[in-house]
Design a protein around this ligand. Structure first.
Ligand code: AHR
Length: 507
C-alpha cells in the first residue's frame, strides 16, 4: 500500500505546549509505596526515594506531574501527609479499599518532583471537603511565612513556598463513583467559588476545572457547558479523561479509538467556544487531558481488593496492567492525536507513571523496568517539541467502530526551529501490509534522515516483564531516505510504530 504526506513549513497547527507530555501519580496500589518511595531499597536515597525510578523518569523529560489523585483525592486530608512521620495517621482509602500510611505527602512529593525535574500539579479535594480546606492547602503550599499556614510549612521543614502553579479543582466530579459526586450545577458553582477564592490569594495560578470522566458519560457534553457557564471566567483549563481498552480482542477497532478521542476533544473545544461567545469573553479556556492511557489488562485481578475481600491492605498490587506491543501502537496514536490537537490541548498526563497503569514497573526490593508503552511516550516527549505541522495525508482507509474511514496511516509531524529538525511519528494500523510512505517536506531546505526508530513485532501480545525487560524496544530503522532534499521515502512494516527525524543536509 502507498501513503503520502505533505508538510509545509508555514502550515502550522500550533506551538506544542511542553506540558502535553505530563504524567500522573496517585496514592493507589504501588504507585507511591514501592513505586517512587521505598526506604531500604538498594537504590534508595536517604529520603527513601527510589533512585532507579528517578533515572527512568528523568529520561522521559516529564514536565509536570499531577498528584495525589484521582479518585483518592476526593476523600483525602492533605494535612495527614505533613509534619513528623510518627504523628501522621493511617487512614482508610475509600476510593480503592486500601490503607494509606501518609508516609508520603506533599513535602516528599515536592522532593521527588525536584529530583525528576518536573513541576507539581496538585489536586484539591472537592468531594468530601470544600472551599476552606482548598484555600488552606493552597496557602500551606504557596503562602508566605509570617502567616499561619506558611509558618506551619516552615516548621515542617520548608520555609520557601513551593510555588505550585497548577491546581486541579477536584477529580471526576461527574462520576457517581466519586466520593462527594455532584451535579454539574452543584460542582460548577463550587468550582467557581473555590477558583475565585484561590485567585484572591494569587491571580497567576493555573486552575483546572473538571470536565467529563469520559465521553460515554450520560452527562457529557452538557456537563462541560453547565460547568463552564458557572466557572469560565475563573478557570484556565477544563480537564478530560479517557482510558482505552481492547475488550473485544479486535485490533482494527482498538487502534481506531483515537478517532473517538479526537471527536471528544473537538466537542469540548466547541463547547468552550460556545460558552466563550455567551460570556463575551476574550479569554480562551483550554483542555487539560490529565488522565489518559490503556487500562483493562488487570481489571479482573483487581476485583478482590476493590470489592473488599482483602480487607484494607497497604499498597497492594492494583491496576498493574502489563502492556503489550499492540498498546505501543495505541499509545502512539493517542500521542499523535494530542499533537494534532495541540491548538486546544495544552496539558496532558499519562495515567499513571509508576506501577499503576504505568510505563514504568518496579519490584519491591528488586529492579525497575520499562514497559512497552514507555517507548512511544519517551520518543514523543523527547522529540515532539516545537510546532505541530498541519499535514495533508493520503492513506488507504478501513471501517472501524469508532470511525468510518480510519486511515491505516496515523501520523503527526513536528517542526523544531531551534534544532532545525522535523520529526514524524507514524503508526501503520494494517496488520498484513506495509505502507510505502512518501513525505513531501516543503520550505525546510535540503533535509536528510538524522534518526529513525522503529517498533515492529509479529506478535501483538509481546510484553516486557521482570524476566525479559527488553523484549520490546525501538530498533534503528533501515532504508528511509530523502530524494532531492525534500521527498522522504520510508517503508512502514505492518503493525509498526516509528519516529523519523530529519535535519539539514549540510555536509
Ligand atoms: O487512574 C485511575 C483512576 O481513573 C483515577 O483515580 C480516576 O480519576 C480515574 O477514574
Amino acid at each position: 500500500m502507498k501513503a503520502s504526506v505533505t508538510a509545509h513549513r508555514d502550515y502550522v497547527i500550533s506551538a506544542i505546549d511542553g506540558r502535553l507530555y505530563g504524567a500522573f501519580l496517585e496514592h493507589l496500589g504501588r504507585a507511591i509505596y514501592t513505586g517512587i518511595y521505598e526506604p531500604g531499597h538498594k537504590t534508595a536515597r536517604p529520603d527513601g526515594l527510589r533512585g532507579d525510578v528517578i533515572e527512568l523518569v528523568k529520561d522521559l523529560k516529564v514536565p509536570v506531574v499531577r498528584y495525589p489523585g484521582g479518585n483518592f483525592v476526593s476523600a483525602y486530608n492533605w494535612e495527614d501527609g505533613v509534619g513528623p512521620r510518627e504523628t501522621r495517621p493511617t487512614r482508610l482509602d475509600l476510593a480503592w479499599h486500601t490503607s494509606e500510611s501518609n508516609a508520603v505527602g506533599v513535602h516528599e512529593f515536592a522532593d521527588w518532583c525536584a529530583a525528576v525535574d518536573a513541576e507539581m500539579m496538585l489536586a484539591i479535594n472537592l468531594g468530601s471537603r470544600g472551599l476552606d480546606e482548598a484555600r488552606n492547602f493552597v496557602e500551606y503550599v504557596n503562602g508566605p511565612t509570617g502567616s499561619y499556614w506558611g509558618d506551619l510549612r516552615k516548621k515542617n521543614g520548608r520555609a520557601e513556598p513551593f510555588a505550585v502553579k497548577h491546581w486541579c479543582l477536584g477529580n471526576e466530579m461527574d462520576g457517581p463513583w466519586q466520593v462527594g459526586h455532584k451535579t454539574a450545577h452543584e460542582y460548577g458553582r463550587l468550582a467557581n467559588e473555590v477558583a475565585k477564592t484561590l485567585r484572591a490569594f494569587d491571580k497567576s495560578l493555573e486552575l483546572v476545572v473538571c470536565g467529563s470522566s469520559n465521553s460515554d458519560m450520560k452527562t457529557y457534553p452538557e456537563w462541560e457547558r453547565v460547568v463552564l457557564e458557572h466557572a469560565y471566567d475563573a478557570v484556565d483549563h477544563i480537564s478530560l479523561h479517557m482510558y482505552f481498552a481492547n475488550r473485544g480482542k479486535n485490533a482494527a477497532n482498538y487502534l481506531a479509538l483515537n478517532h473517538k478521542l479526537d471527536a471528544y476533544i473537538g466537542a469540548v473545544a466547541a463547547t468552550i467556544e460556545a460558552v466563550r461567545a455567551l460570556k463575551r469573553s476574550k479569554k480562551r479556556v483550554t483542555i487539560s487531558f490529565d488522565e489518559w492511557n490503556v487500562w483493562y489488562h488487570s481489571n479482573s485481578e483487581d476485583r478482590a481488593v476493590l470489592d473488599g475481600h482483602k480487607g484494607w491492605p497497604h499498597a497492594p498490587r492494583l491496576l498493574e496492567d502489563v502492556y503489550n506491543f499492540e498498546d505501543v501502537l495505541q499509545v502512539g496514536c493517542i500521542l499523535n492525536t494530542f499533537i494534532r490537537r495541540s491548538d486546544v490541548v495544552k496539558i496532558a498526563c499519562i495515567a499513571q507513571l509508576v506501577n499503576v497503569i504505568a510505563p514504568i514497573m518496579t519490584e519491591p526490593g528488586g529492579p525497575a523496568w520499562r514497559q512497552t508503552i514507555y517507548y512511544p511516550y519517551y520518543l514523543a516527549s523527547n522529540f515532539g517539541r516545537g510546532v505541530a505541522l498541519q499535514l495533508a495525508v493520503h492513506s488507504p482507509t478501513y471501517e472501524a467502530e469508532a470511525a468510518d474511514n480510519a486511515p491505516y496511516l496515523d501520523i503527526a509531524g513536528v517542526h523544531d526551529e531551534k534544532d532545525e529538525t522535523i520529526t514524524l511519528f507514524a503508526v501503520n494500523r494494517h496488520g498484513g501490509e506495509a505502507l510505502e510512505l512518501t513525505a513531501n517536506l516543503i520550505g525546510f531546505g535540503a533535509l536528510k534522515v538524522v534518526d529513525h526508530q522503529v517498533m515492529a513485532y509479529g506478535d501483538l501480545e509481546a510484553v516486557n516483564d521482570i524476566h525479559n525487560p527488553n523484549a520490546v524496544t525501538p530498533k534503528p530503522g533501515k532504508g528511509a531516505r530523502v530524494n532531492a532534499g525534500h521527498s522522504l521515502l520510508a517503508h512502514l512494516p505492518p503493525y509498526s510504530y516509528q519516529m523519523i527525524r530529519l535535519g539539514p543536509a549540510r555536509d
